[in-house]
Design a binder for this molecule. Structure first.
Ligand code: CA
Ligand code: CA
Ligand code: CA
Length: 264
């Protein structure tokens, strides 16, 4: 039987998850891919071959037999490198179908923190014991941010424990449309006067590298300030004050005259 048609084209993904194409990686030695959907009704598939390209240059070729996934740790890549694989599928009549993965980029640096605040105005005290206003921003110029995770800690007399969220480790906030600024108001809290509350944030980039940072903390002071004793003078007090000054002055006058001061 003569087969004049190449194998039917399938799909290929970077990484090992067929449901999720990898776009960034922090691993400098790992290239992996997974594929499927190739067939040839006439002569069948006989082999898969992979060519790994680093920065558009062929790095190495691999015979993969009939396996539909691939992983290699022999190549070495560095921060900023761009990698893709070319998959050649061969049928029983030695005709071929070639497809490429859309590639991934090596990002070896975790996100960096731009700011992290636990009050609106940067103060270390607040009187409101029901709310926390949190603001932060991290960034990653290479792979961008995937998500934030945060929790609140309650500190009192040097002892800290997790305060929020209760019943789970942390709150996860996916970063959508590269909106890397978080502005969060937690309400209906029961914050205790004299305790310090701080937020611990972990930012994760698209290469799955985490960066953690905690805020300085805000101390709750819900008691009104104690008024210091304030002195007030009435008109009567003032006149008594001046009279009390006048006495010694009158006594002084003759003495000043004695020394030749031209007083009168
Ligand atoms: Ca065919
Ligand atoms: Ca990809
Ligand atoms: Ca980075």
């Amino acid at each position: 039987m003569i087969d004049t048609t190449p194998p039917v084209k399938g799909w290929i993904k970077d990484g090992s998850d067929k449901n999720n194409d990898m776009k960034y990686s922090s691993e400098t030695a790992e290239v992996s891919s997974v594929w499927g959907g190739f067939s040839d009704p006439e002569s069948g598939i006989v082999s898969y071959t992979l060519d790994v390209y680093i920065n558009n240059a062929l790095a190495q070729s691999f015979e993969n037999g009939l396996k539909t996934d691939f992983v290699d740790y022999s190549l070495s890549m560095k921060h900023g490198d761009s990698i893709y694989v070319k998959l050649t599928t061969t049928n029983g009549a030695e005709t071929r179908t070639v497809i490429k993965s859309d590639g991934f980029v090596i990002d070896q640096t975790p996100p960096s923190v731009k700011y992290l605040h636990d009050t609106m105005d940067g103060r270390r005290y607040q009187s409101d014991s029901t709310k926390l206003h949190l603001k932060w921003k991290f960034d990653d110029p290479e792979s961008g941010l995937k998500e934030y995770r945060f929790y609140i800690e309650d500190f009192y007399q040097g002892q800290g424990h997790k305060f929020y969220p209760q019943g789970q480790g942390y709150v996860t906030i996916p970063v959508i449309n590269n909106n890397i600024t978080a502005d969060i108001v937690l309400q209906n809290l029961t914050l205790i006067s004299g305790h310090k509350y701080l937020v611990k944030v972990t930012a994760v980039n698209h290469a799955d590298m985490p960066q953690s940072q905690e805020s300085d903390g805000v101390i709750i002071d819900s008691t009104p300030p104690v008024l210091k004793k304030v002195y007030t003078y009435t008109v009567g007090d003032l006149s008594r004050f001046w009279l009390s000054c006048l006495g010694p002055l009158v006594l002084l006058l003759p003495k000043l005259k004695l020394f030749g001061f031209p007083i009168f």
